[in-house]
Design a protein around this ligand. Structure first.
Ligand code: ADP
Ligand code: MG
Length: 695
């Protein structure tokens, strides 16, 4: 009696399948398949229909089909390339089968009068419709082979593992599932009933071998109830894994931030403006989180210029008043410095020093900063990711603010947990990249979200013009005119390659060009290859209006705030994502003057390129732009998670399946209370934690 009999399919290694040895197992492991259950969840990418014979006369280009007929002729043809052309005829028409590679034996086999059954895709060729290298078999008229009873699944595969092999593997696994080892269905029956979805085992069995009546179109669009059933489960599993990480961060308590709000009142009293309603609402949401002893995990979304910094500062002073340290991390040094500047301006009058820590801070200044952080004298620390390196120890870190980093992943959030000595720090993540609701719901299931959906009053929307670079001279004249009237302008250079060096070079060249074309104008340059001190000197000069024109690379994408700048030219905007363009454009329109953004594209523009620039011209609404970006580029690009593997799905597609998220979210809240179900679903779809973390 083999011991394996009592094991569940998720505990049985693939080697329990017939004819699966170590070598094949290794191949399967590369595809993330370790157990028999994993084999069951390796689902077909698509299907072929070999269940019926299509009359030759009914073939259409691009159609995969089984045909049968008699060979009328078979000739070697010497065209551009030598090929064997076989004319096949049935009662409805004739078609050519074309083989570029063929043996003599093969040729002799395909003689006139032979009956053949073929499978392949009809394409337009020199002799009308042709099948290139079709699969074929000879037919015996007296004993015709039956056609398939089921659709043929085509599996995602890897070298050395053919489709026939996959079918053997999955059919074996299905047979095992049919025994008393059926997989546990974790979806509650009432949910299945409500959505009219089949149980798990039935869905898997069907998808590995749909019957001849299956709706192929529905299957190819992943709309079949059996597919939807699995999609729901996969989305659920991802949701659960994020919720679980959230629980892990939150299982240790935070130190509540609870005080009369003296600093807050002072800060507000010193401001030359009052917060917008949206700012006040979001600030209240943050305060409600922070008075609890559960660590806050909140994402604040607000379009460029909506005033996220103030909201962050209000949260910061609340934590500081409770005797805690606050760390603010920005993705670039320019942005971090700007925060240093803003926070100093706001907090110094309250008697709070703002400390600085970035990678480039070295020597004595660095050790002084580190010891102030470790000693707790540094109440507010601003910097780049250097803030969270191992050697940085905080005395009592109570709040972490992460600016403009929607790409800050779950595992990084988890790591921050360790930075608080007395409790897990509250976490506030801010982004100006509006995240479409559908994406936010699934990619950020572990975060609560707040939206600042209002801009401070007195802003005039940026007017956007789409202009071909053949009219570059006119654009330069326009800059000259605007600057003569006291305005300031940006000229942004972009490059396709992600090379800071090349981009810097392009910016240098543009600077020289513009200097030649605009003699007498004060023009500055910033790019990623400059030293931090040089960069900030240039930025400061621009802020003080000593420079009229700033040539820049996309380093100024986020956060930079110079209200007097009212004109921006973006070269080759077609190279950037819409969200990025929107970010860049957000650098202007920050003052009361009417601002313009010129998108200086290079011909020829693709149809998609045209559509995208059109969207930029039509709207200033970051959410609408984000939705368009999602539709045009897909979630992987928009979230930038392609590299992290976080959002890789087997059957689900966030965009296509967005309609299911409203079902999945409450379901996840329900199931997370059952830790066995949660764990089983996560393992089933994502693998165990260690595997997940490595992706
Ligand atoms: P973002 O959300 O893009 O980070 P900022 O926080 O940089 O925006 O704010 C943009 C500008 O708006 C700053 O100059 C800031 O001082 C100003 N600002 C913020 N809130 C208000 C407000 N309620 N009224 C007027 N101006 C504001
Ligand atoms: Mg900002």
């Amino acid at each position: 009696m083999p011991v394996v009999l009592n094991k569940a399919l998720h505990d049985r290694p693939v080697t329990d399948l017939k004819n699966v040895g170590d070598k094949l197992a290794e191949k399967l492991h590369k595809l993330g398949i370790y157990t028999v259950q994993d084999v069951l969840f390796h689902l077909p990418l698509r299907y072929q229909d070999r269940t019926r014979i299509t009359p030759i006369g009914a073939l259409r280009p691009g159609l995969d089909a089984v045909i049968e007929g008699e060979i009328r002729a078979a000739d070697v043809v010497f065209g551009k390339r030598r090929s064997l052309v076989v004319r096949l005829q049935d009662g409805t028409g004739t078609i050519s089968l074309r083989f570029y590679h063929f043996s003599t034996a093969q040729k002799n086999n395909l003689s006139k009068g032979t009956l053949l059954r073929c499978y392949g895709e009809a394409r337009r060729g020199v002799s009308g419709l042709e099948l290139y290298h079709p699969e074929y078999q000879r037919l015996d008229e007296s004993n015709p082979a039956p056609v398939d009873a089921r659709l043929t699944p085509i599996y995602p595969s890897t070298e050395g593992l053919n489709q026939a092999r996959w079918q053997q593997l999955t059919q074996q696994a299905i047979a095992m599932m049919a025994g008393d080892e059926s997989l546990q269905d974790w979806l509650p029956p009432q949910v299945l009933a409500q959505l009219k979805l089949p149980p798990l085992n039935a869905a898997l069995r069907y998808l590995h071998a749909p019957d001849a009546h299956a709706n192929l179109e529905q299957l190819s669009e992943a709309q079949h109830p059996c597919q939807v059933r699995l999609i729901v489960e996969e989305l659920l599993a991802h949701h659960l894994s994020l919720l679980q990480l959230r629980m892990e961060i939150q299982q240790d308590g935070a130190i509540p931030v609870n005080n009369p709000g003296k600093l807050r009142a002072q800060l507000l009293a010193n401001l030359p403006f009052s917060p917008t309603n949206a700012q006040s609402r979001v600030e209240a949401e943050l305060r409600a989180d922070m008075v609890r002893s559960v660590p806050m995990l909140r994402l604040v979304q607000g379009d460029v210029g909506s005033g996220k910094t103030l909201v962050a500062a209000l949260a910061a002073v609340a934590a500081i008043e409770s005797g805690q340290q606050v760390a603010l991390m920005a993705p670039t040094e320019i942005l971090a410095e700007q925060h240093l500047h803003n926070f100093s301006q706001w907090l110094n009058p309250l008697g709070i020093e703002v400390s600085w820590l970035a990678g480039k801070l070295k020597g004595k200044a660095r050790s002084a900063s580190l010891s102030a952080i470790a000693g707790g004298q540094a109440q507010m620390v601003v910097g780049t990711h250097a803030l969270f390196q191992e050697e940085v120890e905080f005395a009592n870190l109570g709040l972490v603010i992460i600016d403009e980093q929607h790409r800050f992943g779950v595992h990084q959030r988890l790591a921050l947990k360790e930075k608080g000595k007395l409790g897990v720090p509250h976490q506030l993540i801010m982004t100006a990249t509006p995240i479409p609701r559908t994406l936010a719901m699934s990619a950020y299931a572990d975060l609560d979200t707040s939206v600042i959906d209002e801009l401070p009053p007195g802003r005039t929307p940026v007017k956007t013009l789409v202009v071909s670079d053949e009219r570059r001279d006119e654009v330069v004249e326009r800059i000259q005119l605007a600057c003569a009237h006291g305005a300031q302008a940006y000229w942004v250079c972009t490059l396709i390659e992600e090379s800071e060096t090349l981009e810097a070079q392009a910016a240098e060249n543009t600077l020289q060009d513009l200097q030649a074309m605009l003699p007498g104008m004060a023009i500055g340059l910033v790019h990623g290859r400059m030293k931090a001190a040089e960069k900030s000197a240039v930025m400061d000069a621009f802020k003080r209006n000593e420079l009229q024109l700033l040539v820049a690379t996309t380093v100024i994408e986020v956060g930079v705030d110079v209200p007097n700048a009212s004109l921006m030219v973006i070269e080759n905007p077609e190279r950037l994502g819409l969200a990025q363009l929107h970010q860049l454009r957000g650098r202007v329109g920050r003052g009361s003057a009417e601002s313009h953004c010129v998108l200086l594209y290079h011909r020829p523009l693709s149809q998609q390129g045209k559509t995208r620039l059109q969207v930029m011209r039509e709207t200033n609404d970051g959410f609408r732009i984000a939705e368009e970006d999602l539709a045009l580029r897909g979630p992987g690009e928009v979230l930038g998670t392609r590299q992290t593997g976080l959002m890789q799905f087997r059957v689900a597609d966030l965009q296509r399946d967005a309609w299911l998220l409203d079902t999945v979210k409450p379901l996840a809240q329900n199931i997370i209370r059952d830790s066995a179900a949660t764990q089983a679903l996560i393992t089933r779809w994502i693998g165990d934690k260690t595997r997940y973390a490595q992706v």
